[in-house]
Design a protein around this ligand. Sequence first.
Ligand code: ADP
Ligand code: MG
Length: 262
Amino acid sequence: MIIDNSEVILSVRDLTADVDGNQILKGLNLEVKAGEVHAIMGPNGSGKSTFSKVLAGHPAYKVTGGEVIFKGQNLLEMEPEERAVTGIFLAFQYPMEIPGVSNLDFLRVAYNSRRKHQGLEEIDTFDFEDLVQEKLEIVKMNPSFLERSLNEGFSGGEKKRNEILQMAVLEPTMGILDETDSGLDIDSLKIVADGVNQLASPENATILITHYQRLLNYIEPDYVHVMSKGRILKTGTKELALQLEDRGYDWVVEEAVEVGAK
Ligand code: ADP
Ligand code: MG
């Protein structure tokens, strides 16, 4: 299938969402086209992780208004599993550990359910191992990680690399990475960034949620958004990220108040 470069993959309009009865997202707007990398930055507690979990369909987050269209479909009506097989991938800020399920099995099941959804035949263990071996290169991971229980005893850096491996195998249309840089030493950060860059293509898009500008030294976003109090207050290019590093976030919030946003 040939996909036009200007195709809108994700369109979020006036999205509002509650957690535990508190409104966290307060009218969020975002449009992501094929081939784009978007960074969402902003102070702690601004709702960045909430937004990513709402996109993934986490049951604790209740959407109260607005719409999310993903590849022409109403994302909010889809079950979390359906969202995943349709091509949304969320790398969690705190990846979960699943004792007893090997990393390889987890990847194979996830990969095959996506294939099934695409109308393709499932692939067997041997062929899958070949496929994964190739992908390991991207994150420079030791094959022994495949036999270990998912994320169990993985260091912070290993968990993050493992997420990039998952993304490399699943080839999502929309990859969402929440604080993938947090807790990474510089070598792991470069490997993760390099992996993200290698996986970026004209057919997919990436949302990088990050508190720090550091990751953006290695991944160049097309757009940088500043989120505060549940909405996107300002959008710019990577120069905005540099300004934020210099000046912090307060000025963006003040500027937004001046132009009439709440
Ligand atoms: P960020 O990722 O930008 O730091 P979050 O989305 O994690 O922000 O949090 C936004 C707000 O939502 C915070 O005030 C946080 O306490 C609240 N929140 C997030 N998840 C939950 C939850 N599961 N239960 C209660 N409050 C939550
Ligand atoms: Mg967060």
